[in-house]
Design a protein around this ligand. Structure first.
Ligand SMILES: *Cc1c(COP(=O)(O)O)cnc(C)c1O
Length: 380
C-alpha cells in the first residue's frame, strides 16, 4: 500500500493570522512598533517576567543586537557551544570576536558546565548557553561563573519558548536572551525573532540600537522633544504585518504547547525501550522542563543513523539530522585552536530528529514509532 508522505515540519496556522494581518494593513500603520508589536511585547513581559521584550526580524538579528549591546570588540572572546546553529557564533564574529567553542555534555547537547571555567581567559566577555531542543542548560553554574569573572550571559533561547529552569522561564535568567519565530519553531511568523533584556543597564540602549541608532522610542514616549542619531544600530524591527501574524500564534500558545508536548510524550513512551540498545533519547534534567520543541534519537554511530534515515525515507517518513560542529566548519576550522570537542562531534554524527508538528496525527505518530522500532529490531 502506498503510504502518505509524513513531512518533518509543517508550520501551524491558528486561523486568526489573516484576520489580524488584515487589521494591521487597514489600520494605516504597517511599519514597526505599532499596536500588534506592543501586544506581543506585553504578552511576553507579563507571562514570563521579561524586563523588556523587543520583536526583531529574526533570532539572528536579535543575536546581532546582543553583540552590539555587549560592546564586543576585535579580540574579545565569546564562549559558544560548537553544537549549535551558525547564528549563535556569527553575530559575535561580525564584531571581530574570537569564538571559543565549548563542548556539549554527555547526556544531552547542552553546554558542558563542568569544563566551562577552563575556557575563560582575561579576554572573555560573553557566554552563550543554547537551550537545545528547548531543554534548559544548567544556568546556576553559568551565572556564577559570569559573576565571578564579570561576564555577560546571553541565552540563545531560539528553541526555548515556554520552557523553564528550576521554575524560572528560560530567557529571563541571562543578562539578555534571544528567541526565534522561524517557521520551524513552536510559535512562528515565517521569519521572526525577539530580543529580551533582563539587565536594566542595557534597556535604553537596546531601544536605540533597535531603531537605527536613534532615540525615536524615547521621543514617542514623550521623554525627549526631538529625535536624532545618538548611537550605532540598524533596522531590526519587523513590520506590524508580521507582529499581527505572531500575535495570533501567541493567543494559541497553550493549545500549541499542549499538543506538541503530547506528541513528544508519545514518542518518549513508545521509544524509551531503545535505550537498552544503546540509543539515547532526550534527557531532561530535574531542573529543566520539556516544551515539546523537538524529539530526537542519538544513534550509536554515523552508519546506523544513515541507515535509519534511509529506512524512514523508504517508508515515506522524513527524519533529519541537525548541526555540524562549528569548530570544524569551513569558515572556522582554521581559526579554531585545534582542541578536540568530542561530544559535539558525536551529536553531529549520531543525532536524528523525528517529525514533530501540531498537525501530526496520532495515526502517523504511531506509524513512525513502529517503523523506528522495526528498524532497530532488524539492524546489525
Ligand atoms: C533557529 C535558531 C536560530 C536562528 O533563528 P532565526 O530566527 O532563523 O534567525 C539561532 N539559534 C538557534 C539555537 C536556533 O535553533
Amino acid at each position: 500500500m502506498d503510504q502518505m508522505k509524513i513531512v518533518f515540519n509543517k508550520p501551524y496556522l491558528t486561523g486568526k493570522e489573516m484576520h489580524y494581518m488584515y487589521q494591521a494593513v487597514y489600520s494605516g500603520k504597517i511599519s514597526g512598533n505599532g499596536i500588534f508589536t506592543k501586544k506581543c511585547h506585553d504578552f511576553f513581559e507579563k507571562r514570563y517576567s521579561f524586563k523588556k521584550a523587543l520583536l526583531t526580524t529574526s533570532c539572528t538579528d536579535a543575536l546581532e543586537m546582543t553583540a552590539m549591546l555587549a560592546d564586543i570588540k576585535p579580540g574579545d572572546e565569546v564562549i559558544v557551544p560548537s553544537y549549535t546553529f551558525v547564528s549563535s557564533a556569527l553575530a559575535f564574529v561580525r564584531q571581530g570576536a574570537k569564538i571559543v567553542f565549548a563542548d556539549s555534555n554527555s547526556r544531552n547537547p547542552n553546554i558542558d558546565t563542568e569544563h566551562l571555567e577552563e575556557l575563560i581567559t582575561p579576554r572573555t566577555k560573553v557566554i552563550v548557553p543554547v537551550h537545545y531542543a528547548g531543554i534548559a542548560c544548567d544556568m546556576d553554574p553559568i551565572m556564577n561563573l559570569a559573576k565571578k569573572y564579570n561576564l555577560l550571559v546571553i541565552e540563545d533561547a531560539a528553541q526555548a519558548v515556554d520552557s523553564f529552569y528550576k521554575g524560572i522561564p528560560l530567557g529571563s535568567i541571562g543578562h539578555m536572551s534571544t528567541f526565534s519565530f522561524h517557521e520551524t519553531k513552536n510559535i512562528n511568523s515565517g521569519e521572526g525573532g525577539m530580543l529580551v533584556i533582563n539587565d536594566e543597564k542595557l534597556r535604553n540602549r537596546s531601544e536605540v540600537i533597535w531603531e537605527k541608532g536613534t532615540n525615536r522610542s524615547e521621543f514617542f514616549r514623550g521623554a525627549v522633544n526631538k529625535y536624532g542619531w545618538v548611537d550605532i544600530g540598524s533596522s531590526f524591527l519587523p513590520s506590524e504585518i508580521i507582529a499581527a501574524y505572531l500575535y495570533a500564534q501567541l493567543e494559541n500558545l497553550d493549545s500549541i504547547q499542549s499538543r506538541r508536548k503530547k506528541i513528544w510524550e508519545t514518542y518518549y513512551e513508545g521509544l524509551k525501550s531503545l535505550t537498552e540498545l544503546g540509543i539515547m533519547i532526550p534527557f531532561i534534567p530535574d531542573y529543566a522542563t520539556n516544551n515539546g520543541h523537538m524529539f530526537y534519537l542519538v544513534c550509536t554511530d554515523l552508519r546506523q543513523r544513515t541507515a535509519l534515515i534511509e529506512h524512514l525515507k523508504n517508508n515515506s517518513i522524513l527524519a533529519v539530522f541537525h548541526y555540524q560542529s562549528l569548530h570544524k566548519s569551513a569558515y572556522y576550522i582554521n581559526k579554531h585552536d585545534k582542541r578536540e570537542i568530542p561530544f559535539s562531534d558525536k551529536y553531529t554524527d549520531c543525532l536524528v530528529r523525528l517529525p514533530l508538528f501540531y498537525e501530526l496525527s496520532d495515526t502517523d505518530l504511531n506509524r513512525i514509532i513502529d517503523i523506528v522500532k522495526e528498524f532497530f529490531i532488524k539492524y546489525e
